[in-house]
Design a protein around this ligand. Structure first.
Ligand SMILES: *[C@@H]1O[C@H](CO)[C@@H](O)[C@H](O)[C@H]1NC(C)=O
Length: 487
């Protein structure tokens, strides 16, 4: 992945002025009008196994499985389910995780390499044992990530429709975000967000453009708090290390200017109605495109929660993994939320729901632009892969998941935590709704039990397990999971 690595390294040439970057980007982007970049990359065949019997990897493989991975775990976007498959894969293959001390890398502050357990700064003798997977919650910070992971790692993430994300975040962060806490309901919040939201207040990033925040992108000047923003942090190192988008990467031409001129309201007016390009502030629009171009040059794949299974197939394909490696159960789902990830479309929504959706997208205008952009990229990629080929892979994946659920799980599905007495499987409870989990069927063979346990283990417990494997405890450490914040 030479070119990719070079691209990512170019990000490090440091911040350029917005004007210069935009000028270069627009010239390249609009003059070439080529869909080059990510879609010209090799798309190896998916290594499908027999769906009913997990078999060893085929003896002849057309591509080596990729095992250096950076997953940006975004909040309330289905990322816990992705984390489970990364935990499982790394666990099974004995890969080394770059782990946080607890469960997050100093979030909401920008990621710092020094937060990684066992990290030793380079510069001395080559004593650093390489890490394979970096995947726990962080606010993305490329320069520091590249201190820990090689630049040719596979970078990926997941996004979700900001309207669905807002519903989930409101219930999960009701008491964490001061804006949400003051609001009687999400509808009331979105009807007049300015009455509750103050930029720079505690947990404000949960209440607006959370994806944009997690990707570590800077905010347009007019959206920054007047003074005293707690994020980015007060770390002496952090503010200057923010690598800003540079438009010189070979993938910059893939930006589609129409992708962001959707229901983005004016940045200054959070109540803006959706859908009017006339209301779009040009400065913000350029700013957004600039951020998206930068993300395109850094991330190899951005999954979309609404098309989760399609995304998983593309992930397996891009990583040269087997389909079994990406099949798993939904984790960290809240009771009463949509089960699964495939609630697409407006059918069955009341007018109130539709209004809430439109308002949530307008209020989270940067996230909406991000979402529309990566939804397009995903579908362009699906077309490249082949629609019918994808459909059949998705069908296999679902059949396999269903078979695993029947085989492993009591009741074959997620349960209210009150039915899960075994602490190893009881998910950490946070927010105003219950977080569902799994209970294993009894009578499983030892081999099946091990695999089913991997599938059913919630993220915090799995992190503890991996931590104990990588850093065998010398004296028994107290169980920390119950005291600490989950994602
Ligand atoms: C995502 O892309 C699909 C396929 O093009 C489209 O049907 C869907 O409406 C898109 N979603 C959004 C929110 O743009």
């Amino acid at each position: 992945m030479g070119p990719l690595s070079a691209t990512r390294t170019m990000r490090l040439w440091g911040p350029r002025s917005l004007g210069v970057a935009l000028g270069v980007f627009m010239t390249i982007g609009f003059a070439l009008q080529l869909w080059g970049g990510p879609f010209q990359r090799r798309l190896p065949g998916l290594q499908l196994r027999q769906p009913w019997a997990p078999s060893p990897r085929p003896a002849v493989s057309s591509c080596p499985p990729r095992q250096r991975l950076v997953f940006l775990k975004t909040h309330k976007s289905g990322s816990s389910s992705v984390l489970n498959l990364l935990h499982r894969y790394g666990d099974r293959h004995g890969l080394r995780f770059a782990l946080p001390d607890r469960y997050q890398f100093g979030y909401p502050r920008l990621f710092q390499a020094s937060r990684v357990k066992g990290y030793r700064p380079q510069g001395g003798v080559g004593t650093q044992t390489p890490f394979h997977i970096l995947c726990h919650h962080m606010r993305f910070n490329l320069k520091e990530v590249l201190q820990v992971m090689p630049s040719d790692s596979f970078f990926f993430s997941i996004v979700r429709d900001p309207a669905a994300l807002a519903r989930s975040a409101f219930s999960y962060y009701k008491s964490t975000s001061s804006a949400f806490r003051k609001a009687p309901s999400l509808a009331a919040f979105l009807a007049s967000p300015r009455a509750f939201y103050r930029s720079g207040a505690r947990g404000d990033h949960y209440a607006r453009n959370l994806l944009w925040f997690d990707f570590g992108l800077p905010f347009p000047p007019e959206m920054r708090p007047k003074r005293g923003n707690p994020h980015p942090p007060r770390d002496p190192n952090a503010p200057g290390t923010h690598i800003l988008p540079s438009a010189t990467g070979p993938r910059a031409q893939t930006i589609d200017s129409n992708a962001v001129v959707q229901p983005v309201s004016t940045v200054a007016d959070g109540h803006g109605q959706t859908g009017s390009p006339a209301s779009l502030d040009l400065g913000s629009s350029s700013f957004i495109q600039w951020g998206l171009a930068w993300l395109d040059s850094v991330f190899d794949l951005v999954m979309v929660a609404e098309y989760f299974d399609e995304s998983l197939v593309l992930l397996a394909d891009a990583l040269c993994w087997g389909l079994d490696d990406v099949v798993g159960f939904v984790h960290n789902a809240q009771a009463g939320g949509e089960q699964g990830h495939n609630a697409v479309g407006n059918s069955g929504l009341t007018p109130e729901d539709r209004q809430l959706t439109a308002r949530a997208r307008a209020w989270n205008n940067l996230d909406w632009a991000l979402y529309v952009h990566f939804n397009r990229s995903l579908w362009a990629r699906i077309e490249q892969y082949g629609q019918s080929r994808l459909e059949s892979a998705v069908a296999k994946l679902r059949a396999r998941r269903e078979a695993l659920a029947k085989h492993c799980l009591e009741g074959g599905e997620a349960l209210d935590p009150k039915y899960i007495s075994d602490r190893r499987f009881r998910p950490f409870q946070f927010g105003s709704a219950k977080v569902l989990g799994y209970r294993l069927r009894s009578g499983l063979s030892p081999h099946d039990r091990e695999e089913c346990e991997r599938l059913a283990t919630p993220e915090l417990q799995y992190k503890d397990k991996l931590d104990a494997k990588q850093f065998p405890p010398t004296v028994s450490a107290p169980l920390k999971a119950s005291r600490l914040l989950s994602p």
